[in-house]
Design a protein around this ligand. Structure first.
Ligand SMILES: Nc1ncnc2c1ncn2[C@@H]1O[C@H](COP(=O)(O)OP(=O)(O)O)[C@@H](O)[C@H]1O
Ligand SMILES: [Mg+2]
Length: 380
């Protein structure tokens, strides 16, 4: 497939077409509602935790790392070393998102170095920006090479420096959501790493929203929309390259943001209902009620005695006794898996798992294929 030279940013075309502007208004409106709802919630960690886990699951599914919600929530409270490879990948994504969020909060910008740290956390190797040539993007279902990103290290660094500047300098006055879409296309086209470019690019999307104060915390998961429309997502990227169809790509990204914001709002509303119900039930029934206890139960849909005792700073015996009593009154349900007894907050679990979880499209799958020696050398 023909490759086009990657243009430096800012683009010299007017992207504020009527359709794009209309979609921008809708997406901004949804983000505004989301930002407002989050402000009303006392313990935001509950949301960040739940929604980051969802995003980790969904973003990894584009890379065909499929996991169940049960495994997702069990692994969130298990020792990393004991996890399956799939569960490790998901936890790595989540750690990478946390890493990016913490760097952004600390420094107030998104540097190239931060992007490298995010990808390093995700991939658990320090191969960094591609130095060796040979990386291509392949459709693994057809074997076809769909795109060959820049091969020279100098060219990649040059384009990444330009992108870093564009990310952090908003003087061109274009709506941040349009800029986010441009940044995503640019990042995926440069494809600076041997692997993990898709997921790193999607983390940058969320961080960019926070950088521009469209959100305060990473509680949106656009990857879900992207996996559900994966074929279209890939086609839209290609159409920019082949037909200069920026409008189609930007509209796709704006729809992804609006839809993800709506989903986040729904999830938060469901979590709030669960919170109210659980609080009422415990308050009416148990002398050990405290706000911290309710929060601890809401932070993880799956918990276990050791984890619960640590969260609340109580002994294992006390934690075990509380969980047993909560189980007797139907607030949690226990489940023995191997040697571990998990306690599931079923109501929360159901609130987090969308009722109709559509199966992702696995017919199309585009992956980065890099020289094998680099990959095996740098993986640990
Ligand atoms: N034609 C294309 N041009 C540039 N990037 C693409 C194209 N098609 C897909 N992509 C991006 O490449 C990603 C796959 O790259 P990869 O490095 O394997 O990322 P990850 O390992 O995180 O999935 C896709 O998720 C998508 O974001
Ligand atoms: Mg990959």
């Amino acid at each position: 497939m023909k490759n086009r030279v990657i243009d430096l940013l800012p683009l010299k075309i007017d992207l504020e077409t009527p359709v794009i502007l209309k979609k921008t208004i809708i997406a901004n409106k949804e983000l505004g509602i989301l930002k407002g709802i989050i402000k009303t919630i006392p313990n935001q960690n509950i949301l960040i935790n739940a929604i980051c886990l969802q995003e980790a699951k969904d973003s990894s599914e584009i890379e065909a790392i499929i996991t169940t919600h049960d495994e997702l929530y069990q692994s969130a409270i298990s020792d990393y070393e004991t996890l399956s490879q799939t569960a490790k990948e998901i936890q790595n994504y989540r750690e990478a998102l946390d890493c990016g969020y913490n760097l952004l909060r600390k420094y107030g910008f998104i540097s190239l170095n931060h992007v490298c740290l995010i990808q390093q956390t995700l991939e658990k190797n320090n191969a960094g920006i591609r130095k060796q040539c040979g990386t291509v993007l392949r459709n693994i279902n057809t074997g076809e090479i769909v795109y060959t990103p820049p091969q020279s290290y100098d060219e990649i660094v040059n384009l990444m420096n330009n992108l870093e500047q564009y990310i952090n300098d908003s003087s061109d006055d274009v709506d941040p959501l349009i800029r986010m879409a441009i940044i995503h296309y640019q990042f995926e086209s440069i494809h600076p790493f041997y692997d993990g470019n898709g997921r790193t690019g999607r983390i940058i999307n969320v961080l960019f929203l926070i950088l521009n104060q469209l959100l305060d915390v990473p509680v949106i998961y656009p990857s879900r929309y992207m996996i559900l429309h994966k074929g279209e997502y890939y086609n839209r990227i290609n159409a920019v390259r082949l037909n200069n169809d920026w409008e189609g790509f930007i509209i796709f990204m704006l729809d992804a943001i609006a839809e993800s914001a709506r989903l986040a709002i729904d999830t938060i509303e469901r979590i709030l209902v669960v919170r109210r119900n659980i609080k009422e039930k415990i308050k009416n029934k148990f002398a050990f009620y405290s706000a911290d206890l309710v929060d601890a139960l809401l932070l993880y849909p799956y918990t276990k005695i050791a984890h619960f005792s640590q969260q609340l700073g109580i002994s294992r015996q006390t934690a075990a006794s509380y969980l047993r009593q909560l189980e007797d009154s139907g607030i949690v349900k226990s489940k023995q898996i191997w040697k571990t007894k998990f306690y599931i907050n079923t109501e929360l679990f159901n609130a987090l798992v969308p009722a109709s979880y559509e199966v992702p499209d696995t017919k199309t799958m585009i992956v980065t294929e890099s020289p094998a020696n680099i990959y095996s050398k740098s993986k640990n």
